[in-house]
Design a protein around this ligand. Structure first.
Ligand code: NAX
Length: 328
């Protein structure tokens, strides 16, 4: 048996936390050989609810769960963390401006970034889930100057998985046959799900995926609007599918992506594909078990460039709001 991996989850008493923690404790992130130690972070008002989740984790008698503790202090929760899943965020409430939402979240992600800088393990990997995820990731990363920027990411794997599922349905196969799909831009309704490189069983150019009208009027709005659709149908926002995407993201980052495939994650841009430096943007990415790498040299036609630019503009606007308020 190997040494336990320390995983910090914030917002642990929330609905994503409830869908995530039991699977992580069962070994879904690091496999059946690797014990996990969970450190949970919650706001004081939700500590008791988080303690209830811990009681249930205990009652599962998971053989891989080497320990679980809850804190209301980010420095302690992130102490020794090799993985930080930052889920807890300030939700948008009625009458709240988007700019106020950005500012409220900066107040959460700045101290968490500092806590990661000062207390996390050498091999820390951070995935920001709480919305607005791209900008929250930028705030956390910018408060962790001693941690390589490549250790920070924001989650767009749920968008990626949603898109894989829609493609599989369209073609009439299982999602496991679909590869090389890309989510570009912001984790928001402006994202650009890109089918131009998709292969089905290794073959590009499937005729059912070449229908521009379907892509524009059905596929893209379906994927970009899926979060809203889930709320409308289920009555609550996505939780189990978000937890599943978090597990896929960390598993592929630490364990590596499949040789003939890639996935999507939002990373700090270094200017790839003309995306301005210094914002978190979703790209097609691979991992060999170390850092994420943006897939190089993909062809983007004029329409794709325009769609990506529109989403990038939204990320730039978000950055400008937090910058103007002195939060970066
Ligand atoms: P919930 O409201 O069920 O849970 C959030 C939890 O975070 C609450 O228990 C709250 O007490 C806690 N929290 C708030 N501030 C905190 C802080 N400063 N430190 C620690 N904990 C704190 O929301 P849930 O449905 O779990 O969603 C959480 C976040 O994920 C939301 O921001 C949501 O928008 C975002 N999502 C992001 C997705 C993505 O793909 N990137 C998809 C799913 C989800 O919508």
């Amino acid at each position: 048996r190997r040494e336990p991996v320390t995983i910090t989850v914030t917002g642990a008493a929330g609905q994503i936390g409830y869908a995530l923690l039991f699977r992580v404790a069962a070994g879904a992130m690091f496999g059946p050989e690797v014990p996990v130690r969970l450190r949970l972070l919650e706001v004081p008002d939700a500590l008791r609810a988080a303690e209830g989740v811990i009681l249930e984790l205990e009652d599962c008698a998971f053989p891989l769960l080497a320990g679980v503790e809850v804190f209301d202090d980010a420095n302690r929760a992130l102490d020794g963390a090799s993985v930080a899943v930052l889920v807890g965020a300030r939700p948008r409430t009625a009458g709240m401006e988007r700019s106020d939402l950005l500012a409220a979240n900066a107040g959460i992600f700045a101290p968490q970034g500092r806590a990661i800088n000062d207390h996390a393990a050498e091999d820390i990997r951070v995935v920001v889930v709480g919305n607005p995820a791209n900008t929250n990731a930028l705030i956390a990363q910018s408060h962790a100057p001693d941690v390589p920027a490549a250790r920070f990411s924001a989650l767009t794997r749920l968008d990626h998985n949603r898109a894989l599922a829609q493609v599989a349905k369209r073609v009439g196969i299982d999602p496991g046959h679909v590869r090389r799909l890309s989510i570009w831009g912001n984790h928001s309704s402006t994202q650009y799900p890109d089918l131009s490189n998709v292969t089905i069983d290794g073959v590009a150019g499937h005729p059912r995926l070449a229908d521009e009208t379907w892509i524009r009027d059905e596929f893209i709005p379906r994927v970009a609007g899926r979060g809203a659709e889930i709320i409308e149908v289920r009555g609550r926002s996505s939780a189990a599918s978000a937890a599943n995407a978090i597990i896929d993201h960390v598993r592929d980052w630490a364990g590596g992506t499949a040789p003939d495939d890639w996935t999507s994650a939002a990373l700090l841009s270094r200017g790839e594909y003309g995306v301005p430096e210094g914002i978190f943007c979703s790209f097609p990415v691979v991992s060999a078990g170390q850092d994420w790498q943006v897939v190089p040299d993909l062809e983007l036609d004029a329409g794709a460039r325009k769609s990506i630019a529109a989403s990038v503009d939204e990320i730039l606007w978000e950055r400008q709001v937090v910058q103007a308020r002195g939060l970066l």
